[in-house]
Design a protein around this ligand. Structure first.
Ligand code: PHE
Ligand code: NA
Length: 456
């Protein structure tokens, strides 16, 4: 059977960007920047992007493009040349992707519910109480209270699964590429429209000051640098079998270096836009509530489901700005979820020689069943736990092992050469230096620190 291919270069880049741009760009990056030196954070961030993000992306694109298989088969093949077994590394990555998939979808489900709520601000005057006590029903375990929202959560998660399933089921060209070609432009337009409106609200610009005002003294803090590197690895969806799968569908004639640069730059550019949007909203909210910004700033689930709804309540035309925001969030999440499920599905296809449609049904129905655990009362707790483990340990470990094997056991120069042969502009030996020395050293340091913090 001939391997599926992307229809166009733009289609591939949009799909890769769709994977990279996720909830993390919107709810994680702005807070990270604010917390770690504001405007000064962009220095370590750019540094991490150039010394780790771009080389890593080129490496994965080059591998996927060269070997035209998914992660387990790629590593099996690489291991074969060395006489060692490496397939497990690919399956480890696929396993992590599967774990992410089942909890990421819960958040997309909540976001879909909130999209529905946003038309009438159904979250009421106290979004905090609404989210935790009514919507998620934390601390209320009496079965008689099951009902209203729990069913809604299960339903919206089902919708999210259905959309992901349809994209993956319909194939690389007709499903994944098509979905991203529709969703990504919408995402950018919505965020730009939102920024255009929000920046004219009172206080928005002072919010931006908080985000961009540089505190250069923080550059001496190692924590700031490790935050920047951690964010880069997280934001680019590398090390999870995803970009390997996506790039395995590239046609033989493809500009690897250029594609990698584009993907990374668009993702990081989008993060900055998201930062402007979020801090514009926070600045406005601080002004309206007459609070210092430091009291309203938040990230993650709290930002999306408590702070933003609170801010929307205060806005003019909330029934427009609210849905715009939540549609953007749904798209960001969904396009990443599709990529995660594709990583798992394609690995199953490659290994068991199943038709795509069968593999997609298997993977999605299994994932669906497992993910329903997150629709329960314990959902948020479970999610926090898994999320912590993935972000702080599994992701870094997976990237580090992949890097060490490729750059120390194998000849990274082959990958370097392959990338350059297929590209118009070449990357120099800085590429090899970054991948061999800088990235592993930094990954190992952050990983050790996180392990220490977790265990002690
Ligand atoms: N890169 C996505 C983000 O920034 C998250 C993600 C991680 C997506 C891992 C897929 C796999 O939110
Ligand atoms: Na991202």
């Amino acid at each position: 059977m001939k391997r599926e291919q992307w229809n166009s270069r733009v289609g591939f880049i949009l799909a890769a960007v769709g994977s990279a741009i996720g909830l993390g760009n919107i709810w994680r990056f702005p807070y990270m920047a604010y917390e770690n030196g504001g405007g000064a954070f962009f220095i370590p961030y750019l540094f991490a992007m150039i010394t780790a993000g771009i080389p890593f992306m080129i490496m994965e694109f080059s591998l996927g493009h060269k070997i035209k298989k998914t992660s387990p088969r790629i590593f099996a093949q690489l291991g074969h040349t060395l006489g060692i077994k490496l397939e497990w590394l690919g399956w480890f990555q696929v396993f992590i992707a599967a774990v992410i998939a089942v909890y990421y979808v819960a958040v997309i489900g909540w976001t879909l519910s909130y999209l529905g709520f946003s038309f009438s601000q159904a979250w009421g005057d106290n979004p905090n109480d609404f989210f935790f006590n009514q919507y998620l029903k934390l601390g209320n375990n009496s079965p008689s209270h099951l009902g209203e929202f729990q069913l809604g959560i299960a339903l919206s998660m089902s919708i999210a699964w259905l959309m992901t399933f349809l994209a993956v089921f319909s194939g690389v060209k007709g499903g994944i590429e098509r979905a991203n070609k529709i969703m990504m432009p919408i995402l950018f337009i919505m965020v730009l429209v939102l920024i255009g409106r929000i920046l004219f609200l009172p206080g928005a610009l002072s919010g931006l000051n908080y985000l961009f005002e540089p505190d250069f003294s923080r550059l001496l803090d190692a924590q700031v640098w490790s935050a920047a590197y951690g964010q880069i690895f997280f934001t680019l969806s590398v090390g999870f079998a995803i970009m390997l799968a996506y790039s395995s569908y590239l046609p033989t004639k493809a500009d690897i270096n250029n594609n990698a640069f584009m993907t990374v730059l668009i993702n990081c550019g989008f993060s900055i836009l998201a930062g402007i949007l979020i801090f514009g909203v926070l600045g406005y909210m601080a002004e309206e509530q007459m609070k210092p910004l430091t009291e309203v700033v938040s990230s993650g689930i709290g930002l999306a489901f408590v702070t933003i709804p609170t801010a929307i309540n205060l806005m003019p035309a909330p029934y427009i700005l609210g849905p715009l925001f939540f549609i953007a969030l749904v798209i960001a999440g969904l396009s990443s979820h599709i990529s995660i499920i594709e990583a798992v599905t394609s690995a199953v296809i490659d290994k068991f020689h199943l038709p795509r449609k069968v593999a997609a049904i298997l993977v999605c129905s299994l994932g669906y069943l497992v993910s329903m655990a997150f629709a329960t009362n314990g959902g948020l707790l479970l999610l926090d736990l898994v999320d912590y483990f993935i972000n702080n340990i599994a992701l870094l470990l997976s990237c580090l092992v992949e890097l060490l094997i490729i750059t120390w056991l194998l000849k990274v120069t082959v990958i370097h050469q392959h990338a350059n042969e297929s590209s118009e502009f070449k990357v120099g030996s800085w590429f090899v230096i970054c991948l061999r020395f800088i990235s592993p050293a930094i990954l190992a340091t952050i990983l050790m620190k996180n392990l220490y913090n977790t265990l002690v």
